[in-house]
Unconditional design. Structure first.
Length: 252
């Protein structure tokens, strides 16, 4: 079992990143998770932002009672929207970056001009992380089964042991951040990142991301992060996570 609460952020070349997680497979997996983050259609104005906020794949109240509608409305419509707005504002200052895929910007932050690097890291990460998060959830949850279930059992011992380790990692995030199930060097692992950092920065493919910023749960759970995490298992979209994993593994 690999569980780390230490963010491992290192600049990587695209070639290095792909070699870590399986070449073409990695490109497919990364692309699949941020595809929804890209603008569906180009906007005509040169000042127009290339990234757009996609609608939630379900209604604001669809995850009740695990996550309340007001939290979802604010989280998506204010917080996530803010990351998109601020990412686009940063890219307006570095137009040479426009058109570059979001996952590439984040995996190769050292190639982003220093003047906008922090903004791309924070707001680009926020956009990518939330885009994945919404898809990792589904009303009523969808069960884990098949090869990913077997792989999780193999790596972590059992699904319950995985949930325990994941929850421990998520509880260990000091302040704001994320807990992740990732594919790294062909292996499933649990990791965490602070703020809006993404495992992409460490050459890892995020498969399941759980937002532990207080804005994700405070209205309903106040400071009870453990209760939020315990309930969140009821709405995880495991078939989506499994598709992310399969896409990352193809050709590995
Ligand atoms: Fe969030």
């Amino acid at each position: 079992m690999r569980a780390s609460t230490e963010p491992r952020i290192a600049p990587l070349t695209r070639r290095h990143l792909l070699s870590l997680v399986g070449g073409v497979a990695a490109a497919s997996a990364l692309g699949s998770f941020v595809r929804g983050a890209r603008a569906a259609t180009p906007t005509p104005s040169p000042a127009a932002a290339p990234f757009e906020l996609a609608p939630l794949p379900y209604a604001f109240d669809a995850l009740e009672p695990v996550i309340d509608a007001e939290t979802m409305r604010l989280h998506h419509g204010k917080h996530h929207a803010g990351y998109v707005t601020n990412l686009n504002a940063a890219l307006d200052k570095a137009p040479e970056l426009k058109g570059r895929p979001l996952e590439k910007l984040l995996a190769e932050l050292s190639a982003v001009p220093e003047s906008v690097r922090t903004a791309v890291r924070n707001h680009g990460g926020g956009h990518a992380n939330h885009t994945l998060f919404w898809q990792c959830l589904t009303p009523g949850g969808a069960p884990l089964a098949g090869p990913l279930a077997e792989a999780i059992n193999g790596v972590f011992g059992s699904f319950d042991a995985f949930k325990e380790a994941f929850t421990r990692a998520a509880m260990g995030v000091f302040g704001s951040g994320w807990a992740w199930l990732v594919l790294t060097q062909g292996t499933l692992a649990i990791t965490t990142t602070p703020n809006q950092d993404t495992p992409l920065m460490a050459g890892q493919v995020p498969l399941l991301g759980v937002d532990v910023w207080e804005h994700a749960y405070y209205l309903k759970y106040q400071n009870r992060r453990a209760e939020y995490l315990a309930n969140l298992w009821r709405v995880i979209n495991w078939p989506f996570v499994a598709r992310q994993w399969q896409a990352a593994r193809v050709g590995a």
